[in-house]
Design a protein around this ligand. Sequence first.
Ligand code: FA5
Length: 384
Amino acid sequence: MDPNLETGKSDPITEKAGKTLAELGVHDEAGVQALFDEVLTMYRAEHQRVVMMGAREDPEFGKAAKALHDRWLSQKHGLIRLINDNWLRPAPKELKPLVGPQFNQLRLQPTAEIEDLQESAASVARAVAAHRSRVAGPDLTLPGYRRELGSIHPVTRVQRELEDIFLGIGFRIETGPEIESVYNNFDALNIPESHPSRDDWDTLYIDSQTLLRTHTSPVQIRAMHKYGAPLYIITPGKCYRNENPDATHSAMFHQIEGLAVDTDITFADLKGTLDFFAKKFFGEKTRTRFQPSFFPFTEPSGEMAASCPFCEGRGCRTCKESGWIELMGCGMVHPDVLRHGGIDPERFSGWAFGLGIDRFAMLKYGIDEIQHFFQSDVRFLRQF
Ligand code: FA5
């Protein structure tokens, strides 16, 4: 076994991980790169040695996998921890953007690989125990099988968080079908035949009357017919668009629609509610901004943005230096939409909003690629 793993003795990497970049005399990009290259090379060699022990069915394999885990990933003294505390955290401002990505890359690889190694060591141990029990009867001192527990998907987690905020102020959850009529998805929402979103390009049609809903807004129509007014609902669910996938667009994604219909509902109610929501979700210091926009089913329509929760509006990479993050479309429900829902616009008025849950989850967890949510890669999902 690797002497460092066995004895926990100090080695060049452990010594370096105990010092800051300044103490190590590293002041530029080349120095940072060389340092991380050195650590990664060391890690790869140690990992490879333990992998080979597994391949040889070495009886010490399990111990070695555990030692590798403790050396690199231990919460208290692991190398990743030390590197975080001593290199990344105190790094001077100009080096941080270089050290951050290097550190993330370094962190992800051992985390996934060592967990895999430990799992395979556990399954080797189980196979050995099973073999022994066939030869000499069961070994009752062995621990029982551990059933792996999954975790809540990050999009579901954020969806529940958003739902909780609105449930807390009297909204109820309403859902609708993902296969929708063209009428509910478009016509009843005042989206004319000539609107670009009705083209094949954006919409996945099943036949001339049916489609995969492109947004959660058709649930507004269904709920108005079902319950009438007053009505306070949120409608989470999947939506589909014939879209080329990229870092922020997916052909299947999730939205939450909000709808409030009552007597005397005004734009002030919309602003007040969404401002309350943003403060609950992003923190009390959050400020909100409403800008005019256009949706055929709301009049007036707006885009709501919140002050960037990462830089508190000062400007950073996440908000593209603007200080603001666009959160959702919203507006006062168009009288024709109320009419199509069977509600008298002379008596009632309403507001609505629609937001992308996946985009909120990306923001919350600092994920820059929407596709990670839908690839079912356990190395990604295990982090939640
Ligand atoms: C709508 O879908 C409107 N129905 C929202 C609305 C409802 C406005 C009620 C006013 C009143 P939009 O096309 O902008 O609007 O989509 C809303 C959100 O869905 C976007 O802000 C984005 O977060 C998310 N979204 C849209 N397309 C995609 C996609 N392809 N992948 C991931 N998220 C998407």
